[in-house]
Ligand binder design. Structure first.
Ligand SMILES: *[C@@H]1O[C@H](CO)[C@@H](O)[C@H](O)[C@H]1NC(C)=O
Ligand SMILES: *[C@@H]1O[C@H](CO)[C@@H](O)[C@H](O)[C@H]1NC(C)=O
Ligand SMILES: *[C@@H]1O[C@H](CO)[C@@H](O)[C@H](O)[C@H]1NC(C)=O
Ligand SMILES: *[C@@H]1O[C@H](CO)[C@@H](O)[C@H](O)[C@H]1NC(C)=O
Ligand SMILES: *[C@@H]1O[C@H](CO)[C@@H](O)[C@H](O)[C@H]1NC(C)=O
Ligand SMILES: *[C@@H]1O[C@H](CO)[C@@H](O)[C@H](O)[C@H]1NC(C)=O
Ligand SMILES: *[C@@H]1O[C@H](CO)[C@@H](O)[C@H](O)[C@H]1NC(C)=O
Length: 916
């Protein structure tokens, strides 16, 4: 039917043609369009969803098709001049398109689709193409050499694909090219020096690739460049002096490479520069005073390099500077007084240098300052007076300096402040009750200062507070009951002060509390049983007080206790609650120096995670429960009691009744052996990562562990019996059957393992490398080393690992909803993720990164924070995972090479990764 109609309309046209000469043109045009149209239709038929281009059909002229535009050629013919199909969900290859049919095409835009396969070399037949945009597809293979013959090309953008191989030097023949964007691919090899011939280039973006070698000095010939971005590659060598010729440059980024040598003083010629971004290299020498000539400069990011010397006074001339980042260098001396003239700073980061002297008194005069990070220097004197009025402040880190003066005198009311760290200074005075009006505060750390006075009860109004660390000061008076209102608090540390009175029962209302340390004060009264309501507690330290009465059995219900339960050096009496046997994850239990009576509960046998259990200096009697760990325990843990006896070397043997018990458990010796084996491995690991164990016995292992942290054939799962858990995991996943697969990462696949006990775990099996049939040790060890160093609620918990010739896997807590990436990909799940939840996820991730960057020594850079590495639990709390390529930032080593990461997430200026 359609066919017939078409023919009849054609014959009508033919008939009319005889009479009306203008139609001659039209018909000839139609025949040309015919070959172009046929070429497009043929390509359409090779796409995975051709229906997306419904308007492309034989019944209409191609000039009327979606995304197609025509113009009249010089000879009067209508020809296709543009094909613009961005963001059309097109999937499939490009090579079926007959490019020879489009010699007049000026503009081809296929960006933001899912086109795959190679970029066909035949594309060079588009000899009049001015603009080629293939951004954000799935193209693989190399950049075709033939593109170099597309002489008309002015805009070339093939960014955000998976292109590999080198940049063909032939691209230097594109003499009209003004913009070249190849960023976010896997392009390797050197930057061809021939690119220096592209004199018209204004925009050269090669960031996030795997380019190596040095930067060719010939790039200095590209004097029209406005933007040069070579960041996040593997470039080495010096920054060529010739780049100083790029006098039109506005944006200059070489960050995240391994560049060495000095910052060339020729930078002073580039007077239009607004952004200079050289962070994370190995640059050395001092900051050239010529930087002071860059009057337009708004951002100077030099953090994480080896730069040294003083800050040149000329820096103070940069009135437009709003973002100054010099952290993690070796800068020294005091800040030049000229810096008082930079009043518009919003971000000011100098942490981890050797600065001394006073802080600039005019630091917030412009009222824009929100991020002030000057920690780990030797700054002295008071907090600058201008900070008192600086209501813009959000994030202030002045810790580890030698600041003095009255803390309340120099701080005002900060409605936006969410983070304040003044710890490890010499600040004095008392905390003002005004601090209760910092309504957005989430973290308050002023430990290790000389603060006196009471803890103001107004702090109980800081409803967003998550961290409160006032430890090692001279606080007096009682702990305010109002602090029980801090429902979000997870870290609460008042240790080493002069607090008196009872522990308020209200603290039991803090249901999110994970770390509670009230040790080393003068607290009296009993331990409130309500503490047993803080079900998330992982650490509880009440030691070195004057607490009396018996230990509430409710403490034994705190099954999350893991790092320590220390109630030593008090005057506690009565029995040890048998409920303590439920604390299966506990590693350190200290009940020493009290007046406890009765037996050690036999349930202690099951506390398999225990490294230290100190019950010395009490009134205890009876047998020490028999397991391998106790058999090897030092007698010091048990001395000075009324009559403990049994397995511990150095204690007297018990009467015969206990021997029966020993016999009864003998069949379990094999299991105990494996428990002990796994404990020893864990012990080595934990010792290795610096969890202090105050016993000589464990110190000896530390040395071994550093040399050989993970042995072949070892298996260790925290809180689980090694052998059983190993078998369980293999059974639960049916030897890693596909059907339990819940995710695949860069170097491992993650499986859901539901153990026979009902416990659900996530198990990451490390991929075997294709050729050698061995696993890549590096990410595996990296992940173990990193995750055993750190603990944070927004970082996934590692329970253990297995390293055997057959299997290498890591065992984690199971995070219910899986990765953020997978949630976003499922429409219904993504819809459930409203903006409030999304904002909270961002905050969670920021917290985890902040912790890694600021609280870990040395700091840790994750280097691959993607939506696939962010896990969501049932309450949408986010956890960062996958530390396979993470790196410890040891300021003493200069090894910043070996960059890796998922493309697009290590972009320059990316705040998630940016360390300062
Ligand atoms: C495009 O379609 C319009 C009507 O929809 C028609 O008038 C016009 O002639 C068509 N153009 C071509 C080149 O076929
Ligand atoms: C693609 O289209 C969607 C909706 O049609 C829009 O939300 C999105 O912003 C577009 N993306 C780009 C990169 O243009
Ligand atoms: C491609 O188009 C050109 C020009 O229209 C034509 O000569 C050639 O035969 C076409 N090739 C194929 C494989 O269709
Ligand atoms: C750069 O320009 C200089 C002269 O201005 C010339 O000698 C040199 O060969 C050029 N380099 C390249 C790679 O074009
Ligand atoms: C700051 O700027 C003022 C005027 O703009 C100038 O007089 C003064 O010398 C400058 N101070 C320093 C320390 O550079
Ligand atoms: C703070 O602001 C008040 C009023 O705006 C002003 O009187 C005072 O001088 C300012 N203090 C400082 C140290 O800038
Ligand atoms: C801080 O307190 C300690 C102990 O009282 C004292 O030795 C030291 O001098 C004080 N430091 C300052 C700066 O007040």
């Amino acid at each position: 039917m359609a066919c017939k109609l078409r023919r009849s309309s054609l014959s009508t046209t033919l008939l009319l043609l005889v009479f009306l000469s203008p139609f001659v043109v039209l018909v000839r045009a139609a025949s040309v369009l015919g070959s172009q149209g046929r070429a497009l239709l043929h390509w359409k038929s090779t796409l995975r969803s051709p229906q997306l281009l419904a308007s492309w059909n034989v019944d209409s002229s191609p000039c009327n098709w979606t995304g197609v535009a025509c113009n009249t050629a010089r000879n009067g013919r209508l020809v296709i001049s543009e094909i613009q199909l961005p963001n059309m969900s097109l999937a499939g290859p490009l090579d079926a398109l007959n490019f020879s049919a489009f010699r007049s095409l000026a503009n081809l835009n296929l960006s933001y689709n899912q086109l795959n396969g190679n970029i066909p070399p035949t594309i060079s037949a588009l000899s009049n193409l001015v603009s080629l945009d293939l951004t954000a597809n799935r193209f693989t293979g190399r950049i075709p050499v033939e593109i170099g013959s597309m002489k008309a090309l002015q805009f070339l953008n093939i960014s955000e694909n998976q292109i590999s191989g080198p940049i063909p030097p032939s691209l230097s023949n594109l003499s009209r090219l003004t913009e070249m964007q190849l960023e976010i691919n896997n392009i390797s090899g050197v930057i061809p020096e021939e690119l220096g011939r592209l004199r018209k280039l204004t925009y050269l973006a090669l960031w996030t690739n795997q380019l190596s070698g040095s930067i060719p000095p010939s790039l200095g010939n590209l004097t029209n460049l406005n933007l040069l971005d070579l960041s996040q590659n593997q470039l080495t060598g010096f920054i060529p002096r010739e780049l100083g010729n790029l006098i039109n440059l506005v944006y200059f980024s070489l960050s995240n490479n391994s560049l060495t040598g000095p910052i060339p003083s020729s930078v002073g010629n580039q007077s239009k520069l607004e952004i200079v971004d050289l962070w994370m290299n190995e640059l050395s020498g001092s900051m050239p005073p010529e930087i002071g000539k860059l009057h337009q400069l708004t951002t100077l990011a030099l953090q994480i390099n080896q730069l040294s010397g003083q800050i040149p006074p000329s820096l103070g001339i940069l009135r437009n500077l709003i973002d100054l980042r010099l952290s993690y260098n070796h800068f020294s001396g005091s800040l030049p007084p000229e810096m008082n003239n930079i009043t518009g700073l919003a971000t000011f980061q100098l942490r981890n240098n050797n600065f001394s002297g006073y802080l600039p008194p005019a630091i917030c005069k412009g009222g824009a300052l929100w991020y002030l990070s000057l920690g780990n220097n030797s700054f002295q004197g008071p907090i600058p007076a201008t900070l008192k009025n600086c209501t813009s402040l959000k994030n202030v880190r002045l810790h580890h300096n030698q600041l003095t003066g009255d803390v309340s005198e120099h701080l005002g009311v900060y409605p936006n402040l969410w983070y304040l760290d003044l710890s490890f200074n010499r600040l004095s005075g008392a905390i003002s009750s005004d601090w209760g009006r910092w309504h957005n505060l989430e973290s308050l750390r002023i430990s290790n200062n000389n603060i006196t006075g009471v803890v103001p009860s107004e702090l109980g109004q800081l409803s967003k507070l998550e961290e409160l660390d006032l430890s090692s000061n001279y606080f007096q008076g009682e702990i305010p009951r109002s602090l029980g209102n801090l429902a979000h608090l997870y870290n609460f540390n008042l240790s080493n002060n002069q607090l008196i009175g009872e522990i308020p029962a209200e603290l039991g209302r803090m249901s999110n509390l994970e770390l509670l340390d009230l040790s080393r004060n003068g607290l009296t009264g009993t331990i409130p049983y309500q503490i047993g309501n803080c079900m998330n507690l992982q650490l509880l330290k009440l030691n070195n007080n004057n607490l009396s009465g018996s230990i509430p059995f409710e403490i034994g219900n705190l099954v999350c206790l893991q790092y320590a339960l220390d109630i030593s050096h008090n005057s506690l009496t009565g029995d040890i609650p048998t409920q303590f046997g439920k604390l299966l994850m506990l590693q350190n239990l200290n009940l020493s120096h009290n007046g406890l009576t009765g037996n050690l509960p036999s349930t202690f046998r099951d506390m398999r995670s225990m490294f230290i259990i100190d019950v010395s200096y009490n009134e205890l009697e009876g047998p020490v429960p028999d397991n391998k760990h106790f058999q090897e325990a030092p007698v010091e843990w048990f001395v000075h009691n009324k009559g403990l006896c049994g397995v511990v070397k150095g204690l007297p043997p018990c009467a015969s009744s206990t021997a029966n018990e020993h016999h009864g458990r003998k069949h379990n010796t094999v299991i105990f052996l494996s428990i002990v084996a796994s404990m020893v491995v864990l012990l080595l690991l934990l010792a290795f990562v610096g969890i202090a164990l105050p016993f000589q016995k464990t110190k000896k292992h530390t040395v071994q562990a550093v040399n050989n942290p993970i042995k072949q054939g070892t298996f260790s799962v925290l809180n689980f019996d090694g052998k059983v858990a190993y078998k369980d995991i293999i059974e639960a996943t049916e030897d890693f059957d596909e059907k339990y697969l819940i995710g695949t990462g860069a170097y491992g696949s993650v499986y859901r393992a539901e153990l026979s006990s009902g416990e659900v775990l996530a198990v990451k099996k490390i991929h075997l490398s294709e050729h050698e049939n061995t696993v890549d040790e590096q990410p595996f060890q990296n992940e173990i080393e990193t995750l055993t160093r750190i603990r944070h609620r927004n970082i996934v918990k590692l329970y253990g690992f297995c390293s055997s010739p057959h299997h290498k896997f890591l065992v984690y807590e199971y995070v219910e909803r899986g990765s953020l990436g997978s949630v976003l990909r499922i429409e219904a799940a993504a819809a459930e993720l409203d903006w409030v939840k999304r904002v909270n996820i961002v905050k969670d991730v920021a917290r985890a990164l902040s912790y890694m960057h600021h609280d870990c020594v040395p700091p840790i850079v994750h280097r691959d924070v993607t939506s696939n590495n962010i896990l969501l639990d049932s309450e949408f709390k986010a956890c960062v995972s996958d530390f396979g390529i993470s790196r410890l930032l040891n300021p003493d080593t200069s090894n910043w090479s070996m960059l890796a990461g998922t493309h697009g997430y290590l972009a320059p200026g990316n705040i998630l990764i940016n360390i300062s």
